[in-house]
Design a protein around this ligand. Structure first.
Ligand SMILES: NC(=O)c1ccc[n+]([C@@H]2O[C@H](COP(=O)([O-])OP(=O)(O)OC[C@H]3O[C@@H](n4cnc5c(N)ncnc54)[C@H](O)[C@@H]3O)[C@@H](O)[C@H]2O)c1
Length: 456
């Protein structure tokens, strides 16, 4: 059992802290936000992640985890301090390291015993070297402080599971002492540990995320071509998925990737390459395809309709993916303003993301258009002229084509997540546009030749 401190209680820091406590370490989570800390002490998670609150409550009751803004008291006796603060994108695409620098300085001024500082945040290659130097420059007490890299691979929506049952743990160290300490911390998880040097660990994180982003953009690119040549992207993906070299995951076409990682990590790696005089053409292509893809539904709908002015538009799903309340880089954030500008009266449903979205687009008039948030999907669909699906929430997937048909004034759907079978929409008499597949028209398909024959 070790004394672990985690700096930053976002998706990465809080989940890591709670999981360290769950496997038996003593954990302190530090944040700068007092309200957040009070909430967490009372067992309320500031983020939506399945299973997180249960583990927070259990480990708090066992006295294995606590939350504080008093970083000095927390850092002073830690065996290891994990940094999980944000590294947001800057206008030029580079990663903003100011939060990392603040924590590094606070650590340098607080530690009173030997301590390993572990950077979990996603940072450009070489950052760990700089963090170590920075801490040495400001170190107040005569203690040993080393820095290790330990990139995080969790996916939002399944963060707790991804941490407790990760496929691998990557550690980047420059000394046996650091390697052994980090290995000791992670041993109870019983997960394969990949031990490399710090720069390789930093690169593994970017290379992994950007590969996945590339895979998504590739499938979206192929999907757009499928539409033009009359192929079906879902059949194409199925055919590809049997090839073990390709794999069956991340082959779904849609309206592009979002969230706090892929968009910023692709841009950051492209920036790192540029700084080193290299053009990373593949990653640049992934970024370009994704940018176009995000407004693909709006473009399709604009071609189909003369105007959105005065139309009731149902928007199903606001978050960048199901299972999270995170809106960062969500496709909804690009499409909703375009619809509002065109005078759409939007009725939006999202089981957990509506509050966050309403902070950016409050309920009420927005120029010619308006924004209304509903708790019930039916209220969004009732009498709607158009429906956009941006997130494949279970609640949305549970709707049958017949329900849309019954509730909407005009059964016209633009689905960015390919939730439905085109044939089913066609059979229900719904005009249905999706990604990489032929549209369904409103002409109701004949019931079946058999029944016709029986009637005759
Ligand atoms: N979100 C993900 O799915 C994910 C996955 C893998 C890696 N990452 C990386 O992990 C890092 C963190 O991402 P996130 O999504 O958890 O961020 P986040 O924005 O959700 O959380 C960051 C937290 O750090 C706190 N903070 C800021 N300054 C602080 C300080 N000086 N001391 C203590 N706390 C401070 C903030 O208040 C906030 O609660 C980023 O580098 C990100 O790229 C994120």
């Amino acid at each position: 059992m070790l004394n672990i401190v985690v700096a930053g209680t976002g998706y990465v820091g809080l989940v890591a802290g709670v999981c360290f406590a769950e496997i038996g370490h003593m954990v302190k989570c530090v944040d700068i936000n007092q309200d957040k800390v009070e909430k967490m002490k009372s067992g309320v998670s500031p983020i939506h992640e399945t299973g997180l609150e249960e583990l927070m409550i259990r480990n708090y009751e066992f006295g294995r985890i606590d939350y504080t803004i008093d970083y000095k008291a927390a850092y002073k006796n830690a065996d290891a301090i994990f940094i999980g603060v944000g590294t947001p994108e800057q206008p030029d695409g580079s990663a903003n390291l100011s939060h990392i620098a603040t924590v590094a300085r606070q650590i340098a001024e607080s530690v009173e015993k030997d301590c390993l500082v572990v950077v979990k945040s996603t940072v450009p290659v070489g950052t760990n070297d700089k963090v170590e130097q920075f801490i040495q420059d400001f170190l107040v007490n005569d203690v040993r402080v080393e820095v290790a890299s330990n990139p995080e691979f969790l996916a939002q929506g399944s963060a707790v599971h991804d941490t407790l049952y990760a496929e691998r743990i990557v550690i980047g160290t420059e000394s046996k002492w650091a390697e052994e300490l980090l290995t000791k911390i992670y041993e109870p998880f019983n997960i394969p540990i990949v031990s490399v040097n710090r720069r390789s660990a930093e690169m593994i994180k970017y290379a992994s995320n950007d590969f996945l982003a590339l895979k998504i953009s590739y499938m979206n690119d192929i999907a757009n071509l499928c539409e033009l040549v009359g192929a079906d992207i879902q059949d194409v993906a199925k055919g590809m998925s049997y090839d073990g070299r390709i794999g069956s995951k991340f082959l779904n076409a849609g309206i592009g990737y979002g969230g706090s990682c892929f968009p910023k990590d692709t841009k950051a790696l492209e920036y790192i390459a540029k700084q080193n005089g290299y053009e990373l053409k593949t990653v640049k292509a992934a970024i370009d395809v994704n940018q176009d893809q995000k407004t693909m539904l709006y473009k399709k709908a604009s071609k189909r309709l003369i105007t959105f002015n005065g139309l009731k538009v149902a928007v199903l799903g606001l978050t960048f993916k199901p299972g999270t309340d995170d809106l960062r880089e969500a496709a909804s954030l690009e499409n909703v303003p375009l619809l509002l500008e065109q005078g759409a009266d939007i009725f939006a449903f999202d089981p957990v993301g509506a509050d966050n979205f309403s902070r950016v687009y409050p309920e009420g008039k927005h120029g010619k258009g308006s924004m209304t948030y509903v708790d019930n999907i039916d209220e969004a669909l009732e009498d709607a002229n158009v429906c956009f699906i941006f997130t494949e929430w279970g609640e949305v997937k549970a709707l049958t084509p017949e329900m849309y048909k019954k509730m909407m004034r005009t059964p016209l759907i633009f689905d960015g997540r390919n939730i439905y079978r085109v044939e089913d929409m066609q059979a229900a008499g719904i005009e249905y546009h999706s990604i990489g597949r032929k549209p369904a028209t409103r002409a109701v398909a004949k019931e079946s030749t058999n029944s016709e024959l029986q009637n005759s």
